[in-house]
Design a protein. Sequence first.
Lengths: 296, 517
Amino acid sequence: MIAFNKYYNHFNLLSLALIVVSLLLLIFKGLNFGIDFKGGTLIELRASDSKINVSSLRDRFNQMDLGDVSVKKFGNDTDYLVKFENKDNKKNIIEEIKVNLDKSFGNNYDFRRVENVGPKVSAELLKSGVIAISLSLALMLIYIWIRFEWQFSLGAILALFHDVIVTLGVFSLFSFEINLSIIAAVLTIVGYSMNDTVVIFDRVRENLRKYSDIKIFELTNISINETLSRTIITSATTLLALLAIYFFGGEILKGFSLAMILGVVFGTYSSIYIANTVLVRLRVSQKTVLREDDKK
Amino acid sequence: MLYFSKLRILFVTLFSVLFILIASSNLFKFDDSFFDKKINLGLDLQGGSYLLLEIDNEPVIEQKLQNLTTTIRNYFKEKNIKINNIKIDNQNIFFNVIDNDKQSVLDVFQDENSDLNPYYPRFKSHQLEIEDTGLNFKVNFSKQGLIKLKNSSQDQAIEIVRRRVDEVGTNEPNILKRGNNRILVELPGLDDPMRIKSLLGKTANLTFRFVTNDENDRFGVEKLKFENGLEEATVSKRIIISGENLLDAQPKMDTQTNQTIVSFTLDRVGAKRFGKATSTGIGKQLAIVLDGKIISAPVVRDTIASGSGQISGGFTFQTATDLALLLRSGALPAPLEIIEERTVGPDLGQDSINAGMIALAIGFILVIIFMFVKYKIFGLITNVTLIVNLFILLGVLTLFEATLTLPGIAGIILTVGMAVDANVLIFERIKEELKDETNNILAFDGGYTKSRTAILDANITTLLAAIILFFMGSGPVKGFAVTLGVGIFTTLFSVYFIARLFTSIYVSRNKNKEKLI
């Protein structure tokens, strides 16, 4: 048996630090919102001429007075991602750009993807994204509150907030782009983290009923160990699937799978080191679950 | 838990085979219409264009208020009530009356049977709201009135948009209302939406009006620019004929001048008016005005009574074709603005499909190897279940002709990774049971029973997340919610029916084997 409980305090401090740092990052550095949430235009461009590279593209686009322009390689050597604000929301901007690029590069490029999100739409998408995440957290709260005693609910919700905040913190730290698919990833993380916590909690509650003489400090450790191989196998297979998406699923899914990978790692960790320590700190005992049973 | 009746075995087998058949209809063609269904590919996979248009209702409101001032003035004139200083400011109509008339004006506006101000009993609201400060009135659209107005301009606009898109002839366009002032246009397979965008960007308000030098024209005049933006002309506000009078318009080649022109045919009313105007106006310039710009202003040489004519204006064949198309499909009630556009080229779509399939295959193989190494014979059972599960999932998506997107493929891969969770929970539990239980069958029974709450909990939490995503997400993300959500149900089915069937067969044959799992 691994003594997870030996490190409860250490990891609680670590998590606290992670959350504080993440929050500071989120407040002061903020998130790198993509055009979905900030508005603007995105062009994925494939070049068939070596004359076309990041700097020549940047030159061309900067001459066109489009506001902030960012040009990046995208996946392989011939693909580029160009993003700009399109502040004035010009109507025929794509056609203008094509005419302009034709002059310098002829026919040696191709727009593979064009996305243009107006300011009104991006504001709405951001709002609905925030609502979706809040709603999912609220639903999880309600579900867990119906299913378990309040001490368990608190533990699960703290673990959930930890996972979401720290994942977003990592995205802020590395300036990874936040777009619609990241919202989907965060929601899936919420589901996964809850799932993982609930499995251990189920066992904790079962053990609480079974043993009256074991303290919660020991009991959580027993439960974690009993469910450990399931925790490892499930997170391993999920991670294998996600790694396959990350490495082979194409550039578009990179951000999504990365967020999910982070979420699975944090979710697994928090089920052990946050959710359970809350039970310990709230001194949950056999009485907690038996009292609830009597009510039913 | 381990006992399976013959009937149940039959049911599970039939059910699985049915969905595998349905899933395989994506690869083969079936004559039977029930099986001949396909999963739709989202725009991000098959390539295409997604356009979200917003109707700018401001001009419509302005126009309605403008008409309303005339109506109000005439209406009260008949009743011998004098309306003074009527004007429009910031979407409000202001006017004042003399003291004696105040109550009668209010009565007209507040009467439920008023023909000036329609009453909507369902919403307990009038079309217009009236406020008075002393003898000054302020009239504007009520909340319900505005909603009605927006709905009706959306209805008109979507009809025109549909006609224009159909005229261009893309395959299976999808045109839907969004809210009460937006229209969603999905154009599968279209990789360059430039032409459609420019067609939808035009209101196509066509009028024929005389050019005049008389500043005191009875109908008022306005200065309009020519299409080229250089010249200007003073044009009467009197409309001879408008786009509504057009029956047909076609691009043509004028054999005499070798120019591309748009020829048009007028309806009866239009033909009469056109004939009269051209007979009285010989020698005058007739301006053809489209969306506030003069296309051309030819001099009238003859009376045109045939009800057909032509527009020239230095067109190329393309611009003439587009103008004819716009005129045929009619004018939009209000300008449209494209507020969101997402276009994916067909080769990127194909690349995404390939990448998604490779990721799915690799993820699948990795999970299968992992499970086999870890659980041997039970890993094998899990893996067979996993494969059947994948087919059932695809079968369900096919049955409902769901739309598969790139994030949707990611959802399937994720389902593969997470689907083993239920089996793992069961197997681990069985291992624990076997520690103090010597009877294999009882241990397996216990494993299934005791793991059930954890499995249900785990899947409900994921399902909750998927449901929210489905209702809040848009486009590709919605596809993810669908595969993730459907995946949960197929997983539970395959774990509790298929995997358990295999397990029960294996365990009952090896009742007395030691170290079973």
